[in-house]
Design a protein around this ligand. Structure first.
Ligand SMILES: NC(=O)c1ccc[n+]([C@@H]2O[C@H](COP(=O)([O-])OP(=O)(O)OC[C@H]3O[C@@H](n4cnc5c(N)ncnc54)[C@H](O)[C@@H]3O)[C@@H](O)[C@H]2O)c1
Ligand SMILES: [Zn+2]
Length: 357
């Protein structure tokens, strides 16, 4: 299985994709470091602690728990854990091992970014979404009342260990939510990945190991490449937001409770495809193919009762607006997208209505 390399101006690191890598986790924790804090949630720990404990057996470590859930992705639990780390002898030589889904990778990564002004973090993602997206690229943070991920920091990990075998216990809905981010990777950067997902949905949904390993490796490769080219999202990295402009609006409008992140991205990709079609960016044929692939991995929860006007209003307040302008990532053909601004509100509204219908 492959190892990918992320190279950013401050640091470079390996993203190892390998079944069984958890058994060798200790190899990625520097021997002369200080205290090692594994940060997880009780739920993830219950399902997967045996594997990680085996891998870290040679290294003294303590396990700390964050609460799970998007509504708990806030500053207060990060502060509580920092207090606990100090109480347990943590200092500037400590290290965090983040072990969980995207909420843990974002929060534990942020904890590491700000604890004693920054200590290293090893990311070990346990959801499909975190494996192909959240754990790679160094974006860490928590939500504010008013919106998602509004405080945070770039903090690149020491290494990212991706072991597909931890997905054995992942609920089906969470698995499918992660598949949407992989589909996103195909649409923005890889026609072969997209076609594989479109043609092999039965194997992918049944979690055949060869299929799962292949799509994880390909999307990790894409994320590593994009982040290496543009750590801070000045240019290329913005393509990763395909489906996210509309998706974030849907998540916010429904209080982060009705849709999983990946499901909201699926809705957002549909809206973006409709918008691309209305503005003449994508052919009808490619649009149909993308919409069909999204459908194959669904359904997402019902959209009944959601107001298109309110979603449009949310778009404008998204932090991704730059000087008040909403930037949309629109497909031009499968494997290629373009960042477009200056699209009128009426067109965006029509795209939202089409995606809600
Ligand atoms: N930093 C980034 O670049 C980035 C990118 C994408 C998403 N994110 C963030 O990721 C978060 C969503 O992450 P998520 O979808 O992984 O959600 P999550 O972290 O809430 O995990 C989903 C659920 O799966 C459970 N779980 C995790 N691993 C498991 C396993 N192996 N077996 C059984 N259950 C398991 C968790 O306990 C949780 O209930 C959002 O907050 C989003 O903002 C960040
Ligand atoms: Zn995402």
């Amino acid at each position: 299985m492959p190892t990918f390399h992320v190279e950013t101006p401050p640091v470079s690191y390996d993203v190892v994709v390998e079944r069984g890598i958890l058994d060798r986790a200790a190899h990625y924790v520097p021997a002369k470091g200080g205290k090692v804090f594994v940060v997880s949630t009780e739920e993830v720990w219950r399902h997967q602690c045996a594997r990680l404990e085996r891998g870290l057996a040679a290294i003294p470590h303590e396990v700390l728990f964050l609460p799970g859930g998007e509504d708990q992705k806030r500053l207060a639990p990060v502060e509580r854990l920092a207090e606990e780390m100090v109480a347990r002898g943590g200092d500037r030589s400590s290290l965090v091992v983040a072990f969980g889904g995207g909420i843990v990778t974002d929060m534990a990564g942020f904890l590491a970014a700000i604890f004693m002004r920054g200590i290293p973090v090893v990311q070990i993602p346990t959801t499909l979404l975190a494996q192909v997206d959240a754990a790679i690229g160094g974006k860490t943070g928590v939500n504010l009342e008013i919106g998602k991920n509004l405080i945070g920091s770039f903090h690149q990990p020491l290494a990212v260990l991706i072991d597909a075998s931890v997905l054995d216990t992942l609920p089906d809905r969470e698995y499918r939510a992660g598949l949407y981010e992989i589909l996103k990777a195909g649409v923005i950067r890889s026609e072969p990945l997209f076609r594989f997902l479109a043609e092999s949905s039965a194997a992918v949904l049944a979690r055949h190991p060869e299929a799962v390993d292949r799509i994880i490796a390909e999307s990790v490769g894409i994320k590593a490449e994009v982040v290496s080219a543009d750590e801070r999202e000045g240019g290329l990295r913005r393509i990763l937001n395909f489906g996210h402009t509309f998706g974030h609006a849907l998540e916010a409008e429904t209080g982060y409770t009705r849709f999983l992140h990946g499901e909201a991205v699926a809705f957002g990709m549909r809206a973006a495809v409709y918008l691309a079609q209305m503005t003449g960016h994508v052919s009808a044929e490619d649009a149909v193919d993308i919409l069909e692939a999204i459908r194959l991995y669904g359904p997402i929860p019902p959209l009944a009762g959601i107001s298109a006007d309110r979603l449009l209003a949310r778009l404008v307040s998204d932090k991704k607006t730059i000087q008040g302008k909403v930037h949309f990532v629109l497909p031009e053909r499968i494997g290629e997208v373009k960042v477009v601004s200056g699209i009128g509100g009426d067109l965006a509204l029509s795209a939202i209505q089409a995606a809600l219908a």
